[in-house]
Write a protein that binds this ligand. Sequence first.
Ligand SMILES: Cc1cc2nc3c(=O)[nH]c(=O)nc-3n(C[C@H](O)[C@H](O)[C@H](O)COP(=O)(O)O)c2cc1C
Length: 734
Amino acid sequence: MAESDGPDQVARPAVIPDRSMIVLYGSEMGNAEDIAIEIGQLTQRLHFQTTVDEMDNFKLSDLLRASLVIFVTSTTGQGDMPKNTLKFWKNLRREKLNNTNCLGSLRFAIFGLGDSSYQKFNWAARKLQVRLLQLGASEFFRAGEADERHDNGIDSIYLPWYQDLRAALLSDFPLPDSVTPIPDDIQLPPKYLVKLSSPIMALPALSARRSHVDRAPSAEERIQEDIERKSPKFPGWFARENEAWETINKRSVDTLDKDNILKDYPEKYLLEKSDDVSEPVKPFVDELKVPGGYTAYLSDYTRVTPKDHWQDVRLLRFEFYGELERLKAIQDWGGQLNLTIYPKNSQDDVEELISMMGWQSVADTPLEIPVMPKRLHLAGGEDATTIRTLLFHSLDFTAIPKRNFIRELAHFTDIELEKERLRELTDSVNIQEYYDYACRPRRTILELLRDFPGVKIPHERILDLFQPIRGREFSVASGGASLRGKTAQSDDDDDVVDCCLRMEILVAMVEYKTIIRKPRQGLCSRYIKTLKPGSFLTVSVESSSLPRLVSQLWSRRPMIAVATGTGIAPIRALVQERSNWPSPGDTLIFYGCRNRAADYYFENEWKQHSNVAIFPAFSRDKDQISPKPAATTVKANDWLTARIPDQTFKVDKPQYDDNKNYVQHLIRQKAETVLHFLKQGPIVCVCGNAGRMPVSVRNAFLDVLVSTGHCENKEAAARWFDNPKNLTFWQECW
Ligand SMILES: Cc1cc2nc3c(=O)[nH]c(=O)nc-3n(C[C@H](O)[C@H](O)[C@H](O)COP(=O)(O)O)c2cc1C
């Protein structure tokens, strides 16, 4: 029988022999982790003693202790396992385990998250499944594979799978007669409770130190929000009513959900002036404690798109000082790096949340945190942590609320109408309700809480309810010399500062209006926009998912790079890094952007590399349908200087391609050149927008192989292209 904790209505799973579950996840950006947490809650409600954790925290022998194990993993890189599974995966693949049937008693299920625009769709889950089966484990429930490209994203596959899993668990592992599942209106025990360490020991309010990411909503926004809040409809319903839902055509609504919406239809969602979203305040020293983090000095911060261009893209330069040994490790990776920035919330949002929740009297009291959530980065010492510092530095309340979060809120309101609406929104049989309310308009947690004023989250549950802010990763846009020589000096010339490296990133600010016509700005864009040269901030730097492409040997290999938008950043890093080695290989770049004048990033730099030819595809410049290579003083490169006749191919082109000038068209037009490269065992990189681009680019390569007679037909071309003996392929799309 479930044990209830009295008035709070908290119930623990009943202790039933041989009824335990381990849910293990592998996740890069949290999607798989969210799903694992949700599955863990489900199995607790079905009275399984449940543990949810990262795969890397588990040994193989630990797996055999549970009755059942569910694996949830995304795929990253080129069909690779996420970072937090690598140890576990290495263990699992040990040769000495072959033919041992060592997992013979393991019963498991697996759910994969992937994106079908990647060639190796859901490979991590598939590889894991195959290996577990090889080692004797058996599946107690069918595997699921979610695809981010689906209309309703991951949920389209996940929610029906979740429903079926629940049914299967109940029927195949029935509960004793006296026990029933814990209903959704009863809370499960919290995992991360915080305590006020001493109610009288309030620290000085952080508000004394104003954030540099402040911006109060404008008067009009406040009035508009007030009107919406007073809507007589159920809370949260106005979203649909006020938006003249029916008048919004289907296509634009669907595409709104995609990250690259701005690239496709910016004119519809554009803010009048990007400057109206936030204003920079004074620089600020960040003191976030990130394991393995570096303090980086922001030495330059330049807008690289014209002021009148719809998108604000900035080149940020960071300098790193001291800690020579650690910095050397970064240098060794050349240009193949990702830099992570940890954004913060705005002070005004923090104040608003504190006041909405009624936390004013406890906001500045130091907290005791008995169990520290993973990935939580605190500012200052643990003993200086308060609700206010957590909200400012560490917890994400401007993300789109997850279903789990909304479901939990129903416990924290006394208003029946609110409870009912919150439950409706998270009913897993009704995907659309949640999607329309939360995902399509990209409503934030803060906005949701405004819609449900009866919700008062107990301050003890703050870490249990809100997720830690995740750092945002950017591909490093520089390599070679900028990652090496001494780059800075202090004011005093004699005093040479021990500066080892400099790194640049190219950041497209995420600003848009959604169907609810409110300006939106990504948490990180908002934060970055308020930075100024001279700021210090905590960042981390890691090698990217690329196979190691720079060394003397690799740098000699020819390279074909295809990039769109800010996807040119890692390509620039590779080009710079390769140029650091003697005789770098010839490099062909197909670069897709909108206008030569607006977003042809680094146009003048390519000329400095005699081994590089770049073919830009300007999708909005009408006179650019058949561009000449923007290449440079090339050493007698036949492939480049020769006039290569444009090819006309009979190919099955999708409609959206018509009359457009995209990278895939250029690849086909330059078929002979491309083939010349392909025959030399090149590195082929594709970076930029996920979705149609990578698929279209792949098709273009296959067309090249067929139309030039190198392969007989498309199937043979696909086999040739996918054979690692012929080329090294790398894709990084988002
Ligand atoms: C850099 C990168 C590489 C990816 N590579 C693949 C891939 O090879 N195959 C695939 O099916 N999905 C791939 N994906 C898609 C992710 O698996 C998908 O976005 C998933 O929802 C991420 O979940 P997570 O946040 O738990 O990592 C990739 C995504 C990124 C950003």
